[in-house]
Design a protein around this ligand. Structure first.
Ligand code: NAD
Length: 334
């Protein structure tokens, strides 16, 4: 079957994903509320404010009409910031009239409910219209993908047939390779929790600590991510794969990471809300931190790094004091 793909969200990641599937020969319609973005894509085949370098293929069309976008695709690819995902799905539910495969490429957890995007999708969309749900996630910066630089991610679903379908549609032999995975919970949580550790990575970078501190942060951060994810139903090994460790590494060490950049600004004394509003692109780690903090208490999982980030961004604790406190914790066996 010749699948058509509707992409909901023409930000940096939605545009980069449009590049991949159109390079792979699939028809794509991309939807966004921002009319300027839609017009720029249709007229110039670029999205300069989000991706100054790189272009979209000329056959990628954009629309600000959600009904048209939803009707177009057999696959609905969600790529809006997770803070609007529930409201966007509510709008989708009003106009959907046939069964679709839902694929999510956004990374975050809902703070009040600790729900993953798959759970929100099944809650909001009339289930007769959901063929299945697949998470497409892993170490991937849009700025590199739009330039066709080699990238490897995973497609995770409880339905392996559809994980493999998405793997096939997105993979090409030039620059984008997708692994298939059956642990949806682990993949969704890995992609969301790593953004909290990325904020911490930016904070220690902004405070002037070096590679030793960062290596320790990534290692102990991964332990926290996996303990919390396992408590919530993930398979431990998933957290050590592309969607966990892989994504954690790229986001903690890359200048492209908005979470890393936001952490660095917070360490330099900037207010969280000011920092987030100054950044032109979404910073998911702050919301995921709020969610993970509450969940860690509920499920009784010890998460000192997540707690530290929470204290810095939500209780305005000074980063240096929080680090001193972490260093004073009782000595442990690794
Ligand atoms: N940028 C990356 O490299 C990258 C990689 C992997 C995953 N992600 C994830 O993808 C998601 C989107 O990130 P991004 O970097 O593309 O964000 P972005 O800030 O570049 O773009 C978000 C887009 O969503 C649109 N939007 C906002 N509200 C909307 C609504 N109600 N309806 C329709 N469109 C709406 C905005 O107009 C904008 O075009 C995030 O969860 C992020 O973590 C990003």
């Amino acid at each position: 079957m010749d699948y058509k793909i509707s992409i909901i969200g023409a930000g940096s990641w939605g545009s980069a994903l449009a590049r991949i599937v159109s390079d792979n020969g699939y028809q794509v319609l991309i939807y966004d509320i921002n009319e300027d973005t839609v017009n720029e894509i249709n007229t110039y085949h670029t999205n300069k404010s989000k991706l100054p370098n790189g272009t979209l293929n000329e056959n990628v069309k954009a629309t600000s009409n959600l009904k048209e976008a939803v009707a177009f695709g057999d696959i609905i690819l969600l790529v809006v910031p997770t803070k609007v995902i529930r409201s966007v799905l509510e709008e989708v539910n009003k106009v959907i009239t046939s069964k679709k495969i839902f694929v999510n490429a956004s990374k975050g957890i809902e703070p009040q409910t600790f729900k993953r995007v798959s759970e929100i999708t099944y809650e909001v969309i009339d289930n007769q219209y959901i063929e299945s749900f697949v998470a497409l996630t892993g170490p991937s910066h849009a700025e590199e993908v739009i330039l066709q630089l080699l990238t490897v991610v995973a497609a995770a679903s409880t339905n392996m047939e559809h994980a493999k379908l998405i793997q096939k549609i997105f993979s090409n032999q030039q620059y984008f390779r997708v692994y298939a995975l059956d642990d949806l919970i682990g993949a969704e949580l890995g992609g969301s929790l790593k953004n909290i550790i990325a904020l911490a990575s930016g904070i220690i970078d902004g405070l002037g600590y070096g590679d030793n501190a960062k290596a320790a942060l990534v290692t102990r951060g991964l332990v926290e991510m996996s303990k919390l994810a396992v408590a919530l139903g993930a398979k431990e090994q998933t957290l050590f794969g592309l969607t966990g460790l892989g994504d954690l590494v790229v986001t903690c060490f890359s200048e492209h990471s908005r979470n890393f950049q936001a952490g660095r600004k917070i360490a330099q004394g900037k207010d969280l809300n000011k920092t987030l509003s100054e950044m032109s692109m979404v910073v998911e780690g702050a919301r995921s931190c709020e969610a993970a903090y509450v969940a860690s208490k509920k499920y009784n999982v010890e998460t000192p790094i997540i707690d530290a980030v929470y204290d810095i961004i939500y209780k305005q604790n000074h980063p240096q004091d929080v680090i001193k406190r972490l260093m004073k914790r009782s000595l442990k066996v690794e």
